[in-house]
Design a protein. Structure first.
Length: 307
């Protein structure tokens, strides 16, 4: 099966270009056939994936960060439906956080990652369908492969994606830095939640997380029990806590020890609806994605992954 390689040349502040050089060298050495295409300012990774799958391509390999890999998977869908049941996705990490590949157990070293996708077996994973509100109050739809959250996390991602500090202090460092910055400036918001179409919760919260994968924020272990193929997402609700308490909680989050902590609700769910009278912004796979109201719904075993 011939692979179609999609590269975002600006992922990770240019890390992806260095990763591609190593991958290309190995592919040429092994005389492996492939098609290659880069994203541009007018052509996204998702658009390239959609075009390739419609042209009959069955194996899409993405090189980039979490946002690029997520965008490619969204290119497997059109109007909310899978374009081809035969299309397979393989990720090669080349970003700042590289959180999604941690749950897939893909090696961060390019040569090792390539070896994994060449020799790996195909398996199905879930995605979280996110229906969000745009600035003009219309709705948008996006498929999350790793993690979606709203509240303080949306503010953190907004700042991280506009920062060049990751080139100097790394993905984990820049996420941690802006987490601390937002810790001092973010005001907790009142939200109304509906879980699994029945249970309702009204609370003031710091951040609410729907986790398909285990990690986010450049290595924060938000959901150590999350599985990409169990038909559920792990729901984490951090309630009305102050700055110092938030700092303590996030220390626990980095270590995967949030469950059971006071003012933290942790459970599994298949759907979540959220609304608020305040402006609350959403982060989906490391990208800012509109604001509340929003709904999340797990779509089980929908994407074929080879790694």
């Amino acid at each position: 099966m011939k692979m179609k390689i999609i590269l975002n040349p600006v992922s990770g502040g240019g890390i992806s270009g260095k990763v591609w050089k190593k991958i290309k060298l190995e592919l040429d050495k092994q005389k492996i056939e492939y098609d290659f295409e880069e994203t541009t300012s007018s052509l996204t990774a998702g658009q390239i994936a959609t075009k390739s799958i419609k042209a009959g391509q069955k194996w899409i390999v993405g090189i980039g960060g979490d946002g690029t890999l997520s965008n490619i998977v969204n290119g497997f869908f059109e109007n909310g439906k899978l374009i081809s049941k035969d299309a397979v996705f393989s990720p090669i990490p080349a970003g700042r956080g590289n959180d999604f590949i941690k749950s897939l157990r893909v090696n961060k070293k390019p040569e090792e990652a390539l070896k994994q996708i060449l020799n790996g077996k195909v398996r199905k994973i879930d995605v979280i369908e996110t229906i969000y509100t745009k600035e003009d109050k219309s709705t948008g739809k996006y498929m999350s492969i790793n993690l979606a959250d709203f509240g303080m996390g949306g503010e953190v991602v907004y700042r991280v994606n506009r920062s060049k500090l990751a080139n100097f202090i790394g993905g984990k460092g820049v996420f941690f830095l802006y987490t601390l910055v937002c810790l001092l400036t973010y005001k907790n918001k009142k939200v109304h939640l509906k879980i699994n179409n029945k249970e309702t919760i009204d609370c003031t919260s710091r951040i609410i997380v729907c986790a398909n994968g285990e990690y986010a924020g450049g290595g924060m272990w938000f959901a150590p029990k999350a599985k990409l193929d169990d038909g559920l997402f792990d729901l984490l609700i951090i309630e009305d806590i102050g700055r110092l308490e938030t700092l303590a909680k996030f220390g626990k989050l980095y270590k995967g020890q949030a469950e059971g902590q006071p003012k933290i609700i942790s459970k599994t769910a298949s759907s979540l609806e959220a609304s608020s009278e305040e402006d609350i912004f959403i982060d989906v796979d490391g990208e800012n994605m509109g604001q509340l109201p929003v709904s999340f719904r797990i779509i089980p075993s929908i994407i074929s992954v080879k790694c």
